[in-house]
Design a protein around this ligand. Structure first.
Ligand code: HEM
Length: 221
């Protein structure tokens, strides 16, 4: 890329604009009263679905970058993750305010449903990820940041479980999201295993090259 700062700004702006489209769509349908026969359920489902979709999109960025070499994709990852959190928060607010009318009895009573517990757990684990998404937090946490952000896999597993547990008739959509998640997880595990296996060999090879050429070793990322 000729101008990395310009590319970064473009990717960031386009991702933000893209992530706002579902919100604009939902707002339009709400304001025009075209959310269908069951608008509250429609609103709950749409916000939940977008949270899950953006979560999976966040997880897809690194494999896509590695397979395609499109390094310019990277700034999109943080934005996608933050919007997954934003739609999750909206989903929770719609559920608490419109489905349960902020009634403590209704909210606590619903905790007997396993899919509700999976939803709360998934959202709760998203909070530290969103809170530490800044460069400052990344610098402050150092290597622990990466470790903490592996929580995104638990978030996604719980979100798919939440979806699987709540459907009663058509299992195909949650199964499709589950299959995509398995694919992304398999890629991640495969890449990590390959790095572990290649690590000592490449380090050994690098040491040999360094010894014979007299050069200093370099990082291969
Ligand atoms: C914060 C706690 C959460 C609560 C209390 C909650 C609650 C609900 C409820 C009541 C429904 C509608 C169920 C029905 O139609 O019978 C729903 C649907 C859904 N939720 Fe959640 N949820 C939570 C978190 C999440 C999170 C974090 C995600 C995704 C990352 C998510 C994704 C979904 C999806 C995909 C659906 C189904 C959409 C559809 O059927 O089209 N939820 N949730």
């Amino acid at each position: 890329m000729r101008n990395p700062a310009f590319t970064r700004r473009m990717v960031t702006s386009l991702t933000v604009a893209g992530c706002l489209i579902p919100l604009a769509f939902v707002a339009y349908r709400t304001l025009t009263g075209t959310l269908g026969a069951n608008p509250i359920s429609n609103l709950t489902n749409r916000t939940g679905l977008w949270s899950l979709r953006l979560l999976l999109a966040t997880l897809a960025v690194t494999p896509l970058r590695r397979l395609s070499g499109w390094t310019w994709l990277m700034p999109a990852r943080r934005i996608l993750g933050l919007f997954a959190f934003f739609y999750g928060l909206l989903h929770l607010v719609v559920y608490l305010a419109l489905n349960q009318a902020f009634s403590a009895t209704l909210i606590l009573g619903d905790l007997s449903r396993p899919f509700i517990i999976a939803g709360y757990l998934s959202f709760t684990l998203m909070v530290p990820l969103a809170a530490t998404s800044t460069m400052g937090a990344m610098r402050a946490l150092g290597p622990r940041w990466q470790l903490l952000h592996r929580l995104i896999y638990a978030v996604a597993i719980l979100a798919v479980l939440h979806y699987l547990l709540l459907v009663k008739i058509d299992f195909q959509p949650p199964e499709a999201y589950g299959a995509l998640l398995v694919l992304l997880l398999s890629y991640r595990i495969g890449a990590s295993l390959r790095r572990r296996i290649a690590g000592p060999v490449s380090r050994h090879a690098q040491t040999r090259t360094t010894q014979t050429s007299g050069q200093s070793p370099q990082r291969s990322d």
